[in-house]
Design a protein. Structure first.
Length: 244
């Protein structure tokens, strides 16, 4: 029986990440319900005792920073899905709806693999300090993109601008950006077209505020004649129209 593409990705994760930096631990298994990869399948509509939804090839990849802590993962595993009213999913779902992006067309994943060791998931991910690990995550993101072949990539938060920029020469300027406000000023928050190895078509890329800190950061967003929430909504609508 052929592996589901997400099961394939998890098998590659297990094979390629044989060790983790201090403070980072491996994800032991996939949560059966709705959850970002690598904690879960990254698919809207996944659920216990349900057939897995098809991976949305040629759709939208939503890229977060990292999954959670060991404690957070354990809680989601027991719940059989992440808390959809929590600090990430809670603000993210309405934003996707306002941007006209169907949740079913999204693959929800993260740049950094592994979990924060312990109960705390706030602050800089320990693996971000390890250049070899960052490179591993860049290579693995490339593999995720090769499998999913997204036409639209949504990045969440400023912390992954630089590592993601290494995957596409069209995002080179992102490596110089210290904030999303700088991206906005230079009109680089929405990049189209962008090319990625293994993806046979152009990709639209949008840098969004991280949902968990949206209330603090979105007031500073600017796009065309829009500001605040309207700016990010307009970015999403434009990018979805360009890419699909």
């Amino acid at each position: 029986m052929e592996l589901h593409p997400v099961d394939y990705l998890f098998s590659r994760l297990e094979a390629e990440f044989v060790s983790y930096p201090p403070g980072v631990v491996r994800v032991p298994k996939l949560i059966p319900g709705t959850a970002f990869f690598p904690g879960g399948y990254g698919l809207w509509g996944a659920g216990p005792e349900k057939p897995l939804p098809a991976i949305p090839t040629g759709g939208v990849m939503v890229l977060g920073h990292n999954f959670d802590s060991e404690k957070g993962f354990s809680d989601s595993l027991e719940r059989r899905g992440e808390n959809l009213n929590g600090p990430t999913w809670g603000p993210l779902l309405p934003l996707l709806e306002l941007g006209g992006i169907p949740k079913e067309r999204c693959f929800f994943t993260n740049f950094y693999m592994g979990l924060f060791q312990g109960a705390n998931s706030v602050g800089r991910f320990p693996g971000a300090r390890d250049s070899h690990f960052v490179q591993q995550c860049q290579i693995f993101l490339g593999e995720q993109m090769r499998v999913v072949k997204p036409r639209l990539l949504l990045t969440l938060g400023k912390e992954i601008l630089r590592p993601v920029a290494a995957l596409s020469s069209d995002l080179g300027s992102w490596s110089e950006m210290e904030s999303l406000e700088m991206l906005d000023r230079r009109k680089r928050a929405l990049v189209y077209p962008a090319t990625f190895p293994g993806v046979p078509h152009s990709v639209a890329v949008v840098s969004l505020t991280h949902p968990a800190f949206r209330h603090l950061n979105v007031p500073r967003r600017r796009y065309k004649t829009f500001s605040r929430d309207a700016a990010e909504q307009a970015m999403l609508k434009d990018a979805y129209r360009l890419s699909m």
